[in-house]
Each structure stands twice: as C-alpha cells, then as structure tokens.
Design a protein around this ligand. Structure first.
Ligand SMILES: Nc1ncnc2c1ncn2[C@@H]1O[C@H](COP(=O)(O)OP(=O)(O)O)[C@@H](O)[C@H]1O
Ligand SMILES: [Mg+2]
Length: 464
C-alpha cells in the first residue's frame, strides 16, 4: 500500500457533517425525499469514479453504500458487497493493523489519500487511488466514512513502462559508452602490436651500430695493449743500458703492427657512433614510454609539437619506406589533454597518410607527409597532409563511420578515424579534411587550449 497521506486540512466548513432531516410524518414529504435520493443515486451510478460509504460505528467498517462503478470494476453485485468491510476489497494492503491505523487517522484527522491494491471477485488484482474522508454527527463523532476512488492501474502501468524505457535507455547508453571504450582500447592494442614490430626493427639498427663499435673498440684496445707492452719492454731494455738503436727499431715495429695512425683516427669515430646508437635507442625507448602515456581520465597540459615528434619516432617504420616527413611546427601553448589519446589520433592520421601514398604508387623520395602546427586565438591547429591517392567525394563523410575501410583485411579495420574523431570531440575539438583524388589529403585537427572543460562549458552555453 502506498503511504496513507493525510491531505492538508481544507477550511472547517468543508468537513462532512450530517443532520438527520426532521421528519414531518408526512407521506408526501417522504416521497419527495425518496425521489431526491433516487436522483442522487442515479447521478452517482452514472459516474465512472468509485464511490463508497461505510459505517464507522461498527467493527470492520461495513459498506452501506457503493455506486455502480464499484460493483462493476470489482466484479460483484452491489448487494454482495453491502455489509462487508473494506478489507474484502483490499485484502492485500488493508489488513487488520492497517485498518486500525486508518480508523485512527480518520478519527483524529480529516481526510486521507492513498493508493493500494484492490482485489476483484475473481481474485485478480488492480491498483486504485482513494480519497477517504470521515463523516461526523453534529457532536463531531465519526459515524461514517466516504471513499472516492478510481482504477489507476493504467496510469501506474504507464509510469512503470516509462520508467522501464528510461532504465533501458540509460543502460543502452552505458553499454554504448562501454563499447566505445573497449573499441578504443582494442584499436590501441592493435596499433601497439603493429608498432612493436616496427620498433623492434628501429632499435635493431642502432644496436648493431653499438655492437660493431664496441667490437672494434675491443680489438683496438687489444692492439693498444700490445703496443703498450712493447713500450714497457723498450723501457726495461733502455734501463738495462741496451743499445738504443735496437730498442727504437723494435718499438717502431710494434707501432706499425698496431697501426697507430689508423687507430687514432678511427677510435674516436667508433666512440662517437656507439654513443649515437645508444642515444638513438634511448630516444626510441623514451618515445615509446611517452607514446603509451598511461590511460587516465585526467587531463594535463602537454606540448603537442613534442607529442607529434614522439609519435613520428615510434611510427618511423610505418612511413619511412613510403614518404619523407616534413614538419613545420609553430610555437604552441600547452594544451590540456590526455596526451596518450592524442598520440593515438596522430598515429592514425600518419599511418593513413603513409598508406595513401603507397596506394598512389609513390615512394620515399616522391611521397611527402607534411605536418604543420600553429596557435590560434584560443587553441591550436594541427594539419597532417599527404600527396597520396586522395579520397573520393562520396567517401569523404563515410570515412569517419566505424568500420568503414577501403583497405584489404589485415591492413585496415576502419576504426582509426572513428576513434580519432571521438577522442578529438571528447577534447572539445574538431577534425576536418580537404581531399582531391590523385592530389592528396589534408586533415585539420583543431583543439582548444582548455581541453575538455572548454567542451563542457560551450555545451552548457548552447543549452542555456
Ligand atoms: N590520408 C588519407 N588518404 C586517403 N584516404 C584516406 C586517408 N585517411 C583515411 N582514408 C580513407 O578512410 C578510410 C578509413 O580510415 P580509417 O578509419 O583510419 O580506417 P582504416 O585505415 O583501417 O581503413 C580508409 O580506409 C581510407 O579509404
Ligand atoms: Mg587508419
């Protein structure tokens, strides 16, 4: 049963009080009263609203009047219900205890509104809303109660359906959000997997430099060790007063064997190359670490020129055979962002550019990817352009659809741009393109310096 709520007291005069009419013992007067009652009964029977009157002086509050709507909706003959208590009609919600509570409330209070389950004669249950008011005698004692009610099952059902629809909508939205996150993660894993092979390759070359350099330095050191030994011997022989000419000759022979001139030129070079190799590996490892910036929801200020450089390092193997990259970086303010996510966007755009150049049949010498950045009034703009195959006008809107791809299986999954757009929009930015078939494509990414908060405040101001 819904809580019984005493309604706010109306003004005193609205209280139901009855004064028995003085009977004149006059048959005509009785007849008049009977007819009047008849008319009132007819009116009440015509109503769809439930109307009951019960005797509050007897235990169980038996019904003394019910209109036709009650009999019809509860599936009884009127006569069957007269004399029965309301607990017959509301067995679920109106047990003895609650009936006592109701009596108490009505006796002391004014009127009540309640919603409860009613039972038809055939046992089926429906919901009713009831307004119940006490009727008092002139001395103020409650003699009757009046109930006015209606079947509210349809309304409750509608509310329930509405709530269900809302819940469904909410869980669908959550599911979509979850799927979007999973998709993003899957694509990230996919690109990380692809990058891993390239990075292994990238690291291999400088590691070979380092290996070769160190091997050379090792043999040079052995040569120098021998030369040093020759000097030591020469020193001993001179100390033992051997003739200098013989000593000098043996030193000269040792120097020739060690090829001292060659070593003095090549050893510094070998050190240089080794250090460069080590530095290159360190740079790749650093870039990998930055590229795979841990996923958090937190945004922090980041230098996007640096982020682009990082992405170019880790993706080197993806484009170096198909294009030369030219960067034209302008001075940029730091942008509030999740830089790991933006790296993924840059990677997707750079890999797409490389693919488009391969598609056009160009090579590393003729293929060109130009990456330019510039500051705008309240943000930054990043342009990634290629001289690849271009995009047919028909396809230019579709390319942002999830799973739209023109590439063979294994090369494309059609998620790159869909994810790029969702990440950029999450940052309050936009992505546009200009493309001409056979000439090339330029993607333009705009991001506000303030990051997501800018996106939120611009959304609220749109609503307002
Ligand atoms: N720079 C570009 N030049 C030409 N076509 C492109 C370029 N970038 C994207 N596309 C087209 O857009 C499609 C969708 O790209 P994307 O969402 O990254 O998926 P995928 O690269 O896996 O196919 C590509 O298949 C390609 O047809
Ligand atoms: Mg792609």
């Amino acid at each position: 049963m819904h809580p019984v709520t005493p309604s706010t007291p109306a003004d005193q005069n609205s209280e139901l009080r009855h004064t028995p009419p003085p009977l004149a013992g006059n048959v005509t007067e009785l007849e008049r009263l009977r007819r009047e009652l008849d008319v009132r009964n007819c009116a009440l029977d015509a109503a769809a609203t439930h109307f009951i009157i019960g005797d509050a002086t007897k235990p169980n509050w038996p019904l003394v009047y019910l209109n036709r709507a009650v009999a019809r909706d509860y599936g009884y003959e009127s006569a069957e219900l007269l004399g029965l208590g309301p607990a017959t009609l509301f067995p679920v919600d109106l047990n003895q205890l609650q009936l006592e509570g109701l009596t108490q409330a009505l006796t002391t209070g004014r009127e009540l509104r309640t919603e409860m389950r009613a039972r038809r004669k055939d046992g089926s249950i429906f919901w009713v809303g009831f307004f119940i008011a006490p009727v008092r005698d002139p001395a103020g004692h409650m003699t009757h109660y009046v109930g006015i009610g209606a079947d509210i099952t349809a309304r409750l059902e509608q509310e329930r359906t509405q709530r269900q629809l809302q819940d469904q909508l909410y869980s669908e939205m959550q599911e979509r959000e979850r799927m979007a996150i999973e998709l993003r993660l899957a694509q990230k894993l996919e690109s990380v997997g692809r990058l891993a092979a390239g990075i292994a390759h990238e690291i291999n070359t400088p590691i070979q430099y380092v290996g070769d350099g160190v091997a050379f330095l090792q043999s040079a050191q052995a040569d120098l060790e021998q030369l040093l030994e020759a000097y030591r011997q020469a020193f001993k022989r001179l100390a033992a007063s051997e003739p200098p000419a013989a000593v000098i000759q043996s030193v000269e022979e040792a120097q020739a064997a060690a090829d001292l001139e060659f070593l003095s030129v090549e050893v510094p070079k070998a050190f240089e190359r080794t250090l460069q190799g080590v530095e290159r590996v360190a740079a790749i490892v650093r870039a990998m670490k930055e590229f795979a910036h841990p996923d958090t929801n937190e945004q922090s200020p980041a230098d996007l020129n640096h982020a682009l450089e990082t992405t170019l390092i880790v993706a080197n193997n993806e484009y170096k055979y198909s294009a030369t990259v030219e960067t034209q970086f302008g001075a940029l303010p730091d942008v509030m962002c999740n830089v790991g996510e933006l790296n993924q966007v840059f990677l997707n755009l750079i890999v797409n550019a490389a693919h488009a150049i391969q598609e056009s049949g160009k090579d590393a010498a003729s293929g060109r990817i130009t990456i330019a950045t510039a500051a705008t009034r309240d943000g930054v703009v990043i342009s990634i352009a290629d001289n690849g195959c271009g995009i047919k006008e028909d396809n230019q809107e579709k390319i942002f659809d999830p799973f739209f791809t023109t590439k063979p299986v294994g090369r494309g999954t059609g998620q790159g741009l869909a994810i790029a757009r969702s990440i950029i929009e999450k940052h309050g930015g936009s992505i546009d393109l200009q493309s001409t078939v056979g000439v090339g494509t330029r993607f333009i990414v705009r991001l506000p310096v303030a990051g997501r908060s800018a996106a939120q405040s611009s959304k609220t101001s749109q609503v307002a």
